[in-house]
Each structure stands twice: as structure tokens, then as C-alpha cells.
Design a protein around this ligand. Structure first.
Ligand code: SF4
Ligand code: F3S
Length: 86
């Protein structure tokens, strides 16, 4: 799965949402949570590892799970936890 990390915080460019073929990046700008979440998140159960989102992000916030920089490894769980219970 792909993971959104710290550089997204406060940026939320959302270009990644537009290129994802399975709409697994949330919240998108038309969802109410978009106003209150500090970043966007990738649903690990729905991501098909296509890689389209990674180059679309202007701040290089997206990495394949195994390539997440050491200091941002915690974001693997942070992304997954956003979808827990949904
Ligand atoms: Fe969506 Fe593909 Fe990115 Fe997964 S890798 S979040 S399927 S664009
Ligand atoms: Fe965030 Fe980059 Fe997507 S800033 S919303 S991960 S395009």
C-alpha cells in the first residue's frame, strides 16, 4: 500500500485524489471531514499499489509502504487508523 506522510500536513493539495483510480484517498474536498483533518490518508485495504499518486504530490508526501523514510514510519499506522471503524 501507499502512505501519505508529514509533508501533506497543512498543504492538502489533493492532486493525489484526482489521479487515484479506486478513490481510496480521503477525505476528498467534497467530504465534510476535509475541513478538519490536517492531512489526507490512503485506505490500505483499498489501495491497489498503482503508484499514480506518488508523482502527483507536489510536496513528495506519498511513499510506497516499504519506502517510507524512517522518521515518517509512524504514518503507516496513522493512515490505517483513519479508516478504522468505517
Ligand atoms: Fe490510489 Fe494508486 Fe495511490 Fe493506491 S497507489 S492510493 S490506488 S493512486
Ligand atoms: Fe497531500 Fe500531496 Fe495528496 S499534499 S493531499 S498527499 S497531493
Amino acid at each position: 500500500t501507499y502512505v501519505i506522510t508529514q509533508p501533506c500536513i497543512g498543504v492538502k493539495d489533493a492532486s493525489c485524489v484526482d489521479v487515484c483510480p479506486v478513490d481510496c484517498i480521503h477525505p476528498s474536498s467534497n467530504e465534510p471531514e476535509f475541513e478538519t483533518t490536517e492531512q489526507l490518508y490512503i485506505n490500505p485495504d483499498e489501495c491497489i499499489d498503482c503508484g499514480a499518486c506518488e508523482p502527483a504530490c507536489p510536496v513528495t508526501a506519498i511513499f510506497e509502504e516499504s519506502a517510507v523514510p524512517e522518521e515518517w514510519k509512524s504514518y503507516i499506522k496513522i493512515n490505517a487508523d483513519f479508516f478504522t471503524g468505517q
